[in-house]
Design a protein around this ligand. Structure first.
Ligand code: UTP
Length: 286
């Protein structure tokens, strides 16, 4: 059973500057909930009990978000706002630890910081800026594959060829609904991409990855890339690719973030009606 999740949140979030100069990208809200909360809720749904956040400078707001807020709780109690109280109290039983990545040297380096927490267990990695439709449990399907194969599993999505240079790209053989990965390249140019299958921010990893991360040289963008470590890991183990079902939103860049908010607003029973009439009004004038 997989009980541990690692959530790297130490990146600089440069695509959202200046908003991310002093506050974490992972705290950007989709309606009233920050991205990181969607990630934690997704993990809780599949039975994750222990969380490790890989944090960095200016990420204190994330720790505060998952901490108790005594004064606010008191005020809400006094005002009889129990619905809001419930909303801010939902993390009380979570077991969360924090390790600081000294410098944002890349996702691979961030994952390496999790070594003492993971020990000898398989673990889930969630990148909170890839928001997956909460109606589809990608992690549940990935854990099923892990439990059968006892090998790493990565989430995949077919993307337009012109977008491959934004992702880790894999190629592989399709068998029984999943892929057996045979190659991985971080952010290739379209002409050099082995396919259009992009790695999405959900992984199930085994502790085998740490020895490769430990000795890895910086790759694309001068960063320690998880994709590069997975590529050398292929010499030791099979890696499975699971094509996600349901919608995935790239909330880590401006246009994707905006699309995510619109989609969530259209599904929100409290505001969707008024939001739709606002949009109709707006587009009728175009
Ligand atoms: P991204 O590349 O999407 O985030 O990394 P970023 O680097 O913060 O953003 P940009 O590209 O500058 O706009 C995916 C996830 O990995 C974490 C990020 O916080 C994000 O959740 N990350 C990235 C780390 O924890 N450490 C790093 O060194 C790099």
């Amino acid at each position: 059973m997989i009980k541990k999740a690692v959530l790297p949140v130490a990146g600089l979030g440069t695509r959202f500057l200046p908003a991310t100069k002093a506050s974490p990208k992972e705290m950007l809200p989709i309606l009233d909930k920050p991205l990181i909360q969607y990630a934690v809720e997704e993990a809780v749904k599949v039975g994750i009990e222990e969380f490790l956040f890989i944090t960095g400078k200016h990420k204190r707001a994330i720790e505060d978000h998952f901490d108790k807020a005594y004064e606010l709780e008191e005020r809400l109690k006094r005002a009889g706002k129990y619905d809001l109280l419930e909303k801010i109290n939902c993390f009380e039983n979570l077991n969360i630890a924090y390790i600081r990545q000294k410098e944002p040297k890349g996702l691979g380096d961030a994952i390496l910081c999790a070594k003492p927490f993971v020990k000898d267990e398989a673990f889930v990695v969630i990148l909170s800026d890839d928001l997956i439709d909460p109606d589809h449990s990608v992690l549940h399907e990935m854990i099923k594959i892990y439990e059968e194969k006892k090998a790493p599993v990565i989430a995949l999505e077919a993307v337009p060829l012109e977008e491959v240079s934004r992702y880790g790209i894999v190629s592989g053989k399709k068998i029984d609904g999943y892929y057996i990965v045979d190659n991985l390249i971080e952010k290739p140019e379209p002409a050099h991409a082995p396919s259009n299958l992009a790695i999405i921010g959900r992984y199930i990893l085994t502790p085998q990855i740490f020895k490769y991360l430990d000795s890895l040289q910086p790759g694309r963008g001068g960063e320690i890339q998880l994709t590069d470590a997975l590529k050398v890991l292929l010499d030791e183990t099979v890696i499975y690719g699971y094509i996600i079902e349901g919608k995935r939103y790239d909330a880590g860049e401006k246009l994707g973030y905006l699309k995510t908010i619109v989609e969530f607003a259209l599904k929100d029973t409290e505001i969707s009606y008024q939001f739709v009439s606002f949009l109709k009004d707006k587009f009728s004038n175009l």
